[in-house]
Design a protein around this ligand. Sequence first.
Ligand code: ADP
Ligand code: SF4
Length: 688
Amino acid sequence: MPQDPRYDILFEPVKIGPVTAKNRFYQVPHCNGMGHAYPSSMAEMRSVKAEGGWAVVCTEEVEIHPSSEHSPIIEGRLWDDADIPVFARMNEKIHEHGSLAGIEPAYSGFTAANLYSREIPMAPSHRPVEDYHPVQARMMDKTDIKNLRHWYVNAAKRSKKAGFDIIYVYAGHDLSVPMHFMSPRHNQRIDEYGGSFENRIRLFREILEETKDAVGDTCAVVVRYAVDELMGSAGLSSLGEGRDFVERLAEEPDLWDVNVSDWANDSSTSRFSEMGNQEPFISFVKTITSKPVVGVGRYTSPDAMVSLVKRGVLDLIGAARPSIADPFLPRKIEEGRVDDIRECIGCNICVSGDFLSTPMRCTQNPTAGEEWRKGWHPERIAKKTTDESVLIVGTGPSGLECAQALGKRGYSVTIVEATTEIGGRVKDESRLPGLAEWGRVRDYREGQILNMLNVELFLDSRLNAAHILEFGADHVVLATGSKWRKDGVGRKNRTAVLGSDGDNVFTPDDVIAGCEITGPVIIFDDDHYYMGGIMAEKLRKDDIDVILVTPAADVSHWTHNTLEQERIQTRLIEIGVEIIPLHNITSIAKDKVELGCVYTNRPKTYQCVSVLMVTARLPEDDLYYQLMEKSASLSSAGNKSVTRIGDCLAPGTIAAAVYSGHRYARMLNEPEHDNVPFRRELSQLADA
Ligand code: ADP
Ligand code: SF4
């Protein structure tokens, strides 16, 4: 039972059909970019969550047949018996910690192009696949439907063999065929599987019943269902068929895992939604069913969780992202260490791993994805091997993470900040519209180091090379960050843009510093992540006329990977930002700029008063080169190393800066790898 009796309720067991969850913490299915391609990494990542106290740990979507596969995107794979050992290994680890293992078998229809298997995708009706692949899904005939039901049953039996306790029937995110059959927008059939509501839910009902018959004696058979697609009458709605469905099948599954669709709505970023944003849509479910209900909403606060249970909204607290940012969230609540929770910031860097087919990473948790390949544990770190001291210059995400991780190792650390506030770029960026939660990157680390007697923090102290020499630390870490460049050099322009040295040209650092900027302003975004769009939003909200120019086809292009692009562009259009895609900036004068079409170079002139360059950043590394000039004096003073981390080495994401700081701390005085710095999962040559 937890240290704090207020949280007792969160540690009550919950019966889910034939199995029992030891508490109310439920890691719902989530993608991770590892899946079938990096199975050892995937298994260890899930096992760490079980160790961290999650009573239920689920897989991501798991493909059940080669006629529905997501390559190059990496999901789980259970095509035949050969895949069973992968999951059996994961489940053994999950069970060792007393947790239940859940699997989400998925058949994705027109949302999987089958680029690897070359099988023709199948859907309720003929339609092209998503993502603009030149592939069409064909309409399933009766034999196909029969086969599909059989594949689901096979998947359930294999799941049971692999040791799963919970088996999903998945109809969420507009991603699975059972959901496509339900939707009038996807299902135009005229047989008994199309038309009326009863007909459209027939396939789902059949799969649910057959799964229960096949494995329901020992496994919980649960439903993941999107009660609302947030598209009014064009989709499922919690006021209409979304609710009818729950009413119709209320007591059939062993548990309801309910959410909103599509994935961008379900995993909305903090820029667009607050914690608990799904509650108004899902809260009706518990009034209809007596079965346990799990839902998500980026819950990181135990008080909010208690309230959800007490108010009868949820029985189990579902989490994907909060469990990635802090796999030990339940244990920390149990042990009365709520202040140690590393709260998810809702940035969706983790989601990008799925889109980019690479192991998931997390801004808050630098060990995410590294559990197996580097052996990094989110809560354990090797103790120091020497009594050496470390001076860290800069308190941005890289410096703070480095200080807290070195502090945990027991090193004597001094961290120094030039300004009067800690946090570096997260302090600044968390003040931009919608990014307040990003401040948690600073808050967590500040909380940790303030409790460490071996870490000293000094503010308002800009260090120069002489100070550092005089300080005499064994190791010096430069975490001095970066600054946006003004000359327009980036991806499109490899040399300075004509006129970029004018005093009407600004950078995001100027905006953040509060410089007065007169409109109309042209923002040139050749960075393509969030900063260009955020600058447009901020300036427009300050009532400045904004034109956003980008060489890409859409604004903030990389945010497709964080499920935000559509929302960003919609918001900018709605607040009156003029968007000029597919153009480069070629020259700047006092009252105008010249743009060029990226295809034809055809020029276009735009009147404006100011220009804001969002193209690239340059490391703040002068101090490093000054120290290098004094390397002889440094080493005679006993210094053993000077190292740049984070943006000071190469500007990147906040996640990259945190990782960089963590990596330094892990590796200090540890043996370096000669070559590949992590364990690889090598594919085997198959028998000829
Ligand atoms: P990163 O993302 O790599 O952590 P940031 O730009 O967020 O980098 O943070 C860099 C921090 O370093 C800022 O807070 C800045 O004020 C501080 N800083 C830069 N130069 C010095 C210096 N010479 N002495 C002390 N602090 C510095
Ligand atoms: Fe949360 Fe961002 Fe980490 Fe994802 S990457 S779990 S959204 S902090």
